[in-house]
Ligand binder design. Structure first.
Ligand code: ACM
Ligand code: ZN
Length: 449
């Protein structure tokens, strides 16, 4: 239907005679929006989903919980939306405001969005990021951390040390009841439980966590994260869900193989590995423990979703994550030459993402997403038959006013691949947001993951 809709846009009511052979190369074609760092109304999310459906994306990965906000009305734990959804200001990057913001989606709105997406063949994949990126949850329920110290919903970007304590049984009781409640709202097949960027500083010092590791025969805190992830996944399995987590959750090498892993930083060309990492490989080159993790996971039997930062993170300026990079990024893993067939079978698909630390309004959200989300969709639908970026750009230009009807703020063709002056302007305004202090905090946190 979407192919016909696009053709009708191009040709009007009389289509030329043609034969269409059309099926998706990848089953999982996803877009991600973070509504924790900044809140977007249900109407904005509906518009994004409607446009996504036009380009045959079929999963909406909804990141609604992070250090800077919990965003869904909770029947099980009302303090989540009463306290976790309230923030005493906005100090991301160079922006600064002390205005209090209290934003969350009512259960009714969530149901409405689930139904709206379902009508467009999009399934919502809810994500509770855990055990890290949970300051908003801990602001509401501080007893769930190792230190149990009071927390404030964070007002700026970063990776923070207070995370959920898997040593205490009450953390699991909380998570299970929370997930039971959320499963009522989200009927889909998948559930994402995060797992990225979890510094283990508190776990190392926590008597409960240390006892848990000893009792469960866990070698280190990475394995403790695997234990936590496996237990939560087992609970979700009772609801019939397939569980997804970010690639760091696999670092302990004890993850149940039926957990799907979403790869975001297994990319040898990623300059942020150099910029942020203090770890070196045997040749003295900057490296990350996540390097090559995808190939390892395939060998262990995991299914994967590929969304490496440099081909998928559409909140970065077009000058940095160029539309061609999003389109042409191969859906393949490094170091899989000898297991090509397995790698193909275990690759469910891809995702294009928007994080919203520095995105506050609908105009910017749309401009950053479109057409890069459509570029990812083109690759996900057509696989290697998608041609290269030049081919995509030609087709996208024909459909540009179709895109604009749905996303009026989509980037104009002149912005898809910025020239040097525009690129410099975009990059300067972006790097202003990321202070030296923040880069150091990321590096410290990466070292402790
Ligand atoms: C991530 O970008 N931290 C998944
Ligand atoms: Zn603990």
């Amino acid at each position: 239907m979407k192919t016909l809709e696009q053709l009708r846009f191009q040709y009007g009511d009389e289509l030329p005679c043609m034969e269409i052979e059309d099926k998706p190369a990848y089953a999982y074609r996803s877009f991600h929006i973070d509504t924790a760092r900044h809140f977007f109304s249900i109407d904005v999310l509906k518009a994004m989903a409607d446009t996504a459906a036009s380009f045959k994306l079929n999963q909406f990965h909804w990141h609604f919980s992070d250090d800077q906000g919990w965003r869904i009305e909770s029947a099980a734990f009302p303090r989540l939306h009463e306290i976790g959804a309230k923030r005493q200001g906005d100090h991301f990057g160079t922006y600064s405001s002390d205005e209090i913001a209290h934003d969350y989606y009512t259960r009714e709105e969530v149901r409405e969005l689930v139904a709206y997406c379902a009508e467009r063949h999009i399934e919502i994949v809810p994500e509770i990021d855990l055990p890290g990126h949970v300051t908003a949850i801990l602001a509401a329920y501080p007893e769930l951390s190792c230190t149990e110290k009071p927390q404030q919903v964070r007002t700026s970007a970063g990776i923070f040390p207070e995370i959920l304590c898997p040593g205490k049984e009450r953390s699991f009781e909380f998570l299970f009841a929370l997930l039971d409640d959320l499963c009522e709202l989200f009927p889909g097949k998948y559930f994402h439980i995060g797992g990225d960027e979890t510094p283990k500083i508190r776990w190392n010092a926590c008597p409960h966590c240390r006892r848990r590791m000893q009792e469960e025969g866990l070698a280190d805190t990475r394995q403790l994260q695997g234990y936590l992830t496996n237990r939560v996944a087992a609970h979700l399995r009772k609801h019939g869900k397939r569980v997804i987590c970010w690639n760091e959750a696999a670092l302990g090498e004890n993850l149940d193989p039926d957990i799907i892993v979403q790869i975001w930083n297994d990319d040898p060309k990623d300059p942020s590995l150099k910029a942020l990492s203090r770890q070196k490989d045997e040749n003295g080159k900057p490296t990350s423990p996540n390097q090559g993790i995808g190939a390892k996971l395939i060998r262990q039997g995991h299914d994967l979703i590929i969304s490496n930062m440099r081909g998928s993170y559409c909140d970065y300026p077009y000058a940095y994550i160029k539309t061609a990079m999003v389109h042409d990024e191969p859906i393949r893993l490094q170091n899989c030459e000898d297991i090509q067939k397995e790698a193909e079978e275990h690759t469910l698909g891809v995702e294009a993402l928007i994080w919203t630390e520095y995105i506050r309004d609908r105009e910017t959200l749309e401009k950053m997403a479109w057409p890069r989300f459509a570029a990812k969709a083109d690759r996900a639908w057509s696989g290697d038959d998608a041609g290269d970026y030049t081919d995509f750009a030609k087709r996208m230009k024909v459909l540009f006013s179709y895109l604009q009807q749905k996303a009026p703020n989509a980037a104009a063709p002149s912005g898809w691949m910025p020239g040097p002056f525009r690129a410099m302007r975009e990059m300067l305004s972006f790097v202003k947001n990321v202070s030296v202090k923040q880069r150091k905090s990321y590096a410290d946190a990466q070292d402790a993951v």
